[in-house]
Structure formats: structure tokens, C-alpha cells
Design a protein around this ligand. Sequence first.
Ligand code: 5GP
Ligand code: ZN
Length: 112
Amino acid sequence: MDCIFCKIASGEIPSKKIYEDEKILAFYDIEPQAPVHFLVIPKEHIDGADRIDESNSAIVAHVFQKIAEITYELGITQGYRIVSNVGKDGGQSVRHLHFHVLAGRELAWPPG
Ligand code: 5GP
Ligand code: ZN
């Protein structure tokens, strides 16, 4: 499958890694939208949040647990935002489940 995030997960495409274990990878976004902007992906390919089901949902809990640890380790004390864009209207450009973590400035709400 020609998936850029599968290639980043396997190391075929390099990335600026923050955290890695057997199930997930966290790495900095190539086009940061905030002073801190990283992505967390499952190594297993899942198209997006619209493909979470009983068989694969445990990875989401793991991702959120690690985001809490990573943001603490990065010294982010003023809050942050976790975003998962889904499909065309959601603005998903890479069809491999990922969670954006944005921090380091006050973020607008609602998003545009
Ligand atoms: P989406 O638009 O699907 O919600 O998010 C995809 C994100 O992946 C974008 O923020 C984009 O900047 C990032 N991205 C796309 N290609 C690469 C890449 O090769 N390396 C890294 N580090 N980020 C990427
Ligand atoms: Zn993939």
C-alpha cells in the first residue's frame, strides 16, 4: 500500500521522532501549525477515525495515554489540542489514522 504514514512508521521515510513503541509513533509535523505540532499514529494502518471499531479501538486509548505522557515530558503546561481530521469535510489529507497535538499558543475555537 502506498501510504506515507506506513512508510514513516516503518522508517522508510525519515521523521523527527518524539516517542516510539511497538504500537505507535509520535513525530513532529513537517508543516507545523503551532509552536509545538506533532502527530501520533498507530503503526498498524487504519484509514481514519471513521474506521475505529471493536477490533482496533484499544489503540486509541494507548495513543491518548501516551499523549498525556509526551506533553508532560515536553513541558507543556498551558494546555494543548488533540485533533483527528476525518475525510474530505474534516480536512484529512493523509488517509492513515493520526492525531495532531498542537500547543505553544492559544488556539482559536471554533476552528475554521
Ligand atoms: P491531515 O491533513 O490528514 O489531518 O494531516 C496530515 C498532516 O501530515 C499534515 O499536518 C502534514 O503537514 C503532515 N505531513 C504530511 N506529510 C508528512 C511527512 O512526510 N512528514 C511529516 N512529518 N509530516 C507530514
Ligand atoms: Zn498507512
